[in-house]
Design a protein around this ligand. Structure first.
Ligand code: GRF
Length: 204
């Protein structure tokens, strides 16, 4: 599959896709960021992947930005979009163009600690403040409901008494680095079937 990756920050998940997926199970044809300084863009360039900064200031609003993003992804023939630490709002004009073909990774066990306002460190702060004993990572298809699309895979992380938001972030990120490439590999191999909001491995 031709894969397009969207990043806003460090891009450590994107790096895992470069290392595990690129040119083996699929081809990452472009990486796009809303942030000119995103280290993810540098990671793309280093791997020889076209890296594009799409400037939000040059758009009239979210929908216009997502329209430009859609045109860019289409121009590269993207079939599967991966949001790997992408912090900008995705609007229906983009989502609808990739039904069951846009994947997001969320640093908690959906449906806990997700939806509006739950991104980045906010998630891990909320996990510690609530006192849950288990958190984790979720990979899901993107629909118009924020963090509400069909769940593809989840993995749990235990919260220890001495954990902090920072230590939990590190533990969850380590899990994300395994989970995301495994899911993208399985999607490239067409191993999933989607029934409404239920995603299952195909019986062989
Ligand atoms: C990850 O925790 C991801 O779940 C969240 O943002 C973080 C991105 O990290 N959406 P990185 O840019 O892949 O290092």
């Amino acid at each position: 599959k031709k894969i397009g990756v969207l990043v806003s920050g460090g891009g450590s998940n994107f790096q895992r896709l470069i290392d595990e997926i690129h040119k083996v199970y699929g081809e990452i044809v472009v990486v796009v960021s809303n942030n000119a300084d995103a280290h993810g863009l540098t990671r793309g360039k280093t791997a020889g992947i076209p890296a594009v900064f799409l400037d939000p200031k040059k758009s009239t609003g979210s929908e216009d930005y997502n329209q430009k993003l859609l045109e860019l992804l289409n121009s590269y023939g993207v079939e599967l979009v991966v949001l790997a630490g992408y912090m900008k709002l995705i609007t229906p004009n983009l989502i609808d163009a990739f039904p069951n073909a846009m994947v997001n990774i969320h640093p908690a066990l959906i449906p806990s600690f997700c939806g509006e306002g739950f991104y980045g460190m906010h998630v891990h702060n909320a996990v510690i403040d609530y006192g849950v004993k288990v958190t984790g990572a979720t990979v899901h298809f993107v629909t118009e409901v924020a963090d509400g699309g069909p769940i593809i895979a989840q993995e749990a992380v235990k919260v220890a008494d001495d954990d902090t938001p920072e230590s939990i972030q590190i533990k969850v990120l380590a899990v994300e680095h395994q989970l995301l490439p495994a899911v993208i590999k399985a999607i490239c191999l067409d191993e999933f079937e989607v029934h409404g909001r239920i995603v299952k491995k195909r019986l062989k």
